[in-house]
Design a protein around this ligand. Structure first.
Ligand SMILES: [Mg+2]
Length: 226
């Protein structure tokens, strides 16, 4: 990674900074259990019903809209997420990486598809918000991160230089949209969940953890001059 050429770093939250196991467990196991109980369905059956509903709004803002699911399923989704908040955890080497970026005087932004209420729950548990200049939810820009228009709006809002920006995400579709927009440095997170093996991808620099991007030393003053 040519750090001296990078001034802005955009970071996804779920699966990138935070263990995606929380989200996988919530949507794939915990919610089907609760939904099944409420609707007198076996867990497998509830899973089938819910998965169909999830798929119908994939890659749209509804997928991450907690108010949408609260209404759709007649369940207190925010309350349910809080019930399992103890499962929220930070991926390996994330804090070291954020400190490295701070030492390098990069502008750091959190760019997430998560709903603002989910962002609140996660950040109050993870305590990372102090590292970011701003935290942006796709919801605020009115488009999902998979949509190239999202990146136009994000650039308008933050004013980053595409050629001097790095973006890290665990979602290849999102990375492709960022690439179409012209973001120069793209990093794929190959191990978003502590419970899944790493799955590397060929199209992007693909790392299992952020320690692979940390360069030791590098005096920030020299880095800025370059
Ligand atoms: Mg993600």
């Amino acid at each position: 990674m040519q750090w001296q050429k990078i001034s802005t770093v955009l970071l996804d939250m779920d699966g990138t900074l935070l263990d995606k196991y929380f989200d996988d467990y919530f949507w794939e196991e915990f919610l089907p259990q609760v939904y099944g109980k409420q609707n007198n369905l076996q867990e497998a059956e509830a899973q089938k019903v819910l998965y169909r509903r999830y798929r119908s709004v994939e890659k749209t803002l509804l997928w991450t809209d907690l108010n949408y699911w609260t209404e759709e399923l007649d369940l207190d989704i925010i309350g349910l997420k809080k019930q399992i908040a103890h499962l929220i955890s930070i991926n390996p080497h994330v804090i070291d990486f954020l400190q490295f970026l701070q030492n390098q005087q990069k502008s750091i932004y959190l760019v997430t598809a998560a709903h603002p209420a989910a962002l609140d729950i996660k950040m109050s548990k993870a305590g990372l918000s102090g590292y970011f200049q701003q935290m942006i939810c796709a919801d605020e820009l009115g488009r999902p991160k998979e949509d190239v228009q999202f990146w136009n709006s994000l650039e308008e809002r933050l004013g980053f230089e595409r050629q001097r920006t790095l973006f890290a995400d665990d979602n290849v579709n999102v990375l492709n949209a960022a690439r179409s927009h012209g973001i120069r440095y793209l990093v794929h997170i190959a191990k978003p969940s502590s419970r899944q093996p790493a799955r590397y991808c060929d199209e992007f620099t693909s790392v299992s953890a952020f320690d692979e991007l940390i360069v030791p030393s590098a005096d920030p003053i020299t880095a800025r001059r370059n």
